[in-house]
Each structure stands twice: as structure tokens, then as C-alpha cells.
Design a protein around this ligand. Structure first.
Ligand SMILES: [Zn+2]
Ligand SMILES: [Zn+2]
Length: 150
């Protein structure tokens, strides 16, 4: 992959970055593609996707792999937590700084060397709270640690 991608800032990458910075929230590659192709009509979804991967390797953006959701891209590259609506998949930044000694707490407690951690808050966004009958609620998949009535 690295040979093909050539880790430089190309015009395509610059356009993708500019558009991502203008977009709200944490869009998927599909959404970014829809916007970027207005400026670069010949670009393909695959190319947008590859460029997003490279931008995240370059540290310009962050790739988010949240549970049960398509990959999202974040123009804020600094480490931060997210909160995801389990109903419509909206993703917002969580207003909380990184838990620094969190990793130290389990370092040495397992045979693993801890390299990092992921925390994802889940909940219902304001729109989904207001509309409990919204069709999105049908695909609500509760996380394991929540009690589920069968
Ligand atoms: Zn929602
Ligand atoms: Zn974010």
C-alpha cells in the first residue's frame, strides 16, 4: 500500500482535507466522497477511501473504528473520545480529556504490553430521544454490558 500511496500531500488529498474540515460531525467515506466529487468529478470512491487512509497515516486526520458502525473520519487528529447514537449512528465528540493513567492501571496486570485504549460512549442523540418511534430504533443493538429484556 505504501508504495502506491506515496505519503505526500497531493492536490486530491488537500481537497479531501479541506472538505472534511468543513463537514459536521464525523462523516463516513461515502459522505466525504459525495462532497469531494463536486470538486473532483472524476474521483472514485476507492480513491477517496485510499486518500483518507493516507491522511490518517500522515496524522492529518483520525480514522475512527467505532463498534457497529462504518468507519468515520475526524478532522481533529488529537486523541479524544466519542459518543455515538445507537439509533442513527450520529457521532459527536465527548466533552472529556484522555484518561492518562488508565492504561498504567492494567499495565503489568496481564501478559500484554498495553499500547492504547478505546472508549466509546453510547446513547441516544437529541433527535432520537424526541422520536422514540423512529425507524432507526429498530436497529438498536444494545452493547453487551447493558441489561436487555428478551
Ligand atoms: Zn440519533
Ligand atoms: Zn471527534
Amino acid at each position: 500500500m505504501l508504495k502506491e500511496t506515496n505519503l505526500r500531500m497531493t492536490r486530491q488529498r488537500r481537497v479531501i482535507l479541506e472538505e472534511l474540515r468543513k463537514m459536521d460531525g464525523h462523516p463516513t467515506a461515502d459522505k466525504i466522497y459525495a462532497v469531494v466529487r463536486k470538486r473532483l468529478p472524476k474521483i472514485s470512491l476507492g480513491t477517496v477511501y485510499r486518500n483518507l487512509e493516507v491522511l490518517s497515516v500522515l496524522g492529518e486526520i483520525q480514522k475512527l473504528e467505532l463498534s457497529g458502525s462504518q468507519k468515520r473520519f475526524d478532522c481533529i487528529s488529537d486523541f479524544h473520545y466519542h459518543i455515538r447514537c445507537t439509533c442513527c449512528d450520529r457521532v459527536d465528540d465527548a466533552p472529556m480529556g484522555p484518561l492518562k493513567d488508565f492504561e498504567n492501571r492494567i499495565n503489568g496486570e496481564t501478559s500484554f504490553k498495553v499500547l492504547g485504549h478505546r472508549i466509546e460512549f453510547v446513547g441516544l442523540c437529541p433527535d432520537c430521544r424526541e422520536n422514540p418511534t423512529s425507524p432507526g430504533l429498530k436497529k438498536f443493538i444494545p452493547p453487551n454490558h447493558l441489561h436487555v429484556e428478551k
